[in-house]
Ligand binder design. Structure first.
Ligand SMILES: [Zn+2]
Length: 189
């Protein structure tokens, strides 16, 4: 098969980390991995989790300049984010049920702790989780921007401390914190 990434090399039978069957481009070093081979490899991994059954939900269309064509079917591959702490995306073809990894992307997946979760990355659940985490990170960044880093970390400490109290004491403590004069008689507040 011709490599659709560099359009120069050939995809030749190969392995990643000596055990994961794939095709590797002899020019750009990209890897073409069939999902079935990945799942077989996955079974041999020690910390194996259940494989999700909803695979290949298309969640995003890509701009044409980034689009990679599947070397097998010629279809435009879909790019999926791998985690909330990176914008990095990897390519998936639902028609051929295969994954494309540029040279170095396998190492990145290992670094992010998701190399054994490739089958989940292409699921709706995984992508929803990334979106939720990203939204949380954005809200936190906005708070830090507004309050300042020191205030924000103090606030988090106070919050943790408050939540360690009994519900009754927590209510008293919150009232104390927000009251203009917490020790004034009730009518003076
Ligand atoms: Zn190539």
């Amino acid at each position: 098969m011709q490599c659709t990434s560099c359009k120069t090399g050939e995809l030749i039978p190969s392995t990643i980390d000596k055990t994961l069957t794939c095709h590797t481009c002899n020019h750009c070093g990209g890897n073409w991995i069939k999902l079935e081979d990945y799942i077989e490899w996955h079974k041999t991994q020690p910390s194996r989790q259940a494989v999700v059954d909803e695979i290949g939900v298309e969640v995003e269309t890509v701009e044409s300049h980034q689009a990679l064509l599947c070397p097998e079917t010629g279809a435009i591959m879909t790019r999926f984010r791998i985690s909330s702490d990176t914008e990095h995306r990897i390519d998936w073809c639902s028609q051929s049920a295969a994954i494309w990894l540029d040279r170095g992307e396998w190492e990145l997946l290992k670094e992010k702790g998701v190399a054994d979760k490739l089958d989940q990355i292409f699921s709706r659940q995984w992508q929803a989780k990334i979106m939720a985490e990203t939204a949380r990170n954005t809200r936190e960044a906005q708070l830090i921007e507004k309050l300042g880093e020191e205030n924000y970390s103090r606030l988090k400490l106070v919050r943790t401390w408050l939540h360690e109290q009994s519900d009754e004491n927590k209510a008293i403590m919150v009232s104390f914190l927000v009251a203009r004069d917490p020790l004034a008689a009730k009518s003076e507040k």
